[in-house]
Design a protein around this ligand. Structure first.
Ligand code: ZN
Length: 341
């Protein structure tokens, strides 16, 4: 059997998605369950096992050589555990061990969801061809990941690049993480909406006070809605400029629901970036919207699985298949994204 596929698992607060993915990043089979986020840990795991069960019972399963997991964080890749903020039943939960148990002992690679999205954008999306990139997920929270020197840089625990909890406002609002003035506290969707409402912005007749509704109002010229997006853009620009100054990235890719706001976000973001990224070596920094959409988590988890196999986690035919994928011209991005740790 030619082991040319990897299994991918994308674990979030609302859904658990799984897929079998080929070496070009194509999704051949999908499965999904809602996350029973407020149930106990074993109930949440059963939902994940149902997703994996649909994959392992497929005729394609024999071609899978490794499993990649992208999970809502924090994760601890060195311990194989996850503690997703929005899934209280999982605290230090031994997800890697449990997944290995139901997938026949295949090698399992765990990364945070921001790192997974970064791997996907670097492999096939907006960061393709960039050796030094920061990718951000701006939605309910603000996460991210780094590509440095052509390789994904997850850090020892799989959380590096978590730009949402860099402080950009020294005496700013307290953040649930315990710090103050974090990027997330200003630029996440709920905080964009909160700031707009607190400043006096009134929603339309449908009463929608989501960040998407604020974006619509900003596009229509509402000054309070515009001001909230400008403030978010400023926080993101300060965090991105700090990152670029530290590690010399040349592109920042913005995904997540807020990233879909378009010019309402990107126009002030580009302007603010010129104000904060001023030194010669960061002046050419660009920002771009993410390209991978809702499959970024699965494709990124697949990239992580390929990297795990490439490090020798797989054996025999499996490592041959992974080696082929990593060496293949088509997956030049993966070649960069992998070889992780
Ligand atoms: Zn914080």
């Amino acid at each position: 059997m030619h082991m040319d596929l990897v299994a991918a698992l994308d674990i979030g607060g609302t859904k658990i998605a799984g897929a079998l993915v080929d070496r070009e990043g194509r999704i051949l089979l999908r499965a999904q369950r809602p996350t029973p986020a407020h149930e106990d840990g074993d109930t949440v795991m059963r939902a994940a096992e149902e997703v994996l069960g649909e994959l392992t019972s497929s005729g394609l399963w024999g071609r899978a050589s490794a499993v990649g997991i992208g999970s809502a964080g924090p994760v601890d890749a060195s311990a194989g555990t996850v503690s997703p903020v929005n899934v209280p039943g999982w605290r230090g939960y031994p997800l890697v061990e449990r997944v290995r148990a139901v997938t026949g002992g295949l090698p399992v690679e765990l990364v945070g969801d921001g790192v997974a999205m970064t791997a996907a954008e670097h492999w096939q999306g907006a960061a393709r061809g960039h050796d030094n990139a920061l990718c951000l997920v701006v939605s309910t929270g603000v996460g991210g990941g780094l590509v440095l020197g052509g390789k994904l840089h997850p850090g020892p625990t799989g959380n590096a690049g978590h730009i949402g909890h860099i402080s950009v406002d020294l005496d700013g609002d307290p953040c649930p993480c315990g710090a103050r003035g974090c990027v997330e506290r200003i630029a996440s969707g709920p905080n964009i909406a909160r700031r707009a409402v607190e400043s006096g912005w009134l929603p339309g007749p449908d009463g929608d006070t989501s960040a998407a509704a604020v974006a619509d109002a900003a596009r229509a010229g509402d000054p309070l809605a515009i001001a909230s997006f400008e403030r978010a853009a400023k926080a993101l620009a300060a965090g991105i400029a700090a990152t670029a100054t530290l590690v010399e990235i040349d592109i920042a890719v913005i995904g997540g629901g807020v990233g879909k706001a378009g010019d309402v976000l990107f126009t002030p973001l580009r302007r603010c970036l010129r104000e904060y990224a001023t030194l010669s070596f960061v002046r050419d920094l660009t920002v771009a919207p993410a390209l991978m959409g809702t499959d970024a988590g699965l494709v990124g988890a697949a990239a992580a699985a390929l990297s795990g196999g490439a490090r020798g986690g797989a054996s025999g035919e499996a490592s041959g298949a992974v080696g082929g994928a990593v060496g293949g011209a088509v997956t030049a991005g993966v070649n960069g994204a992998v070889g992780v740790r």
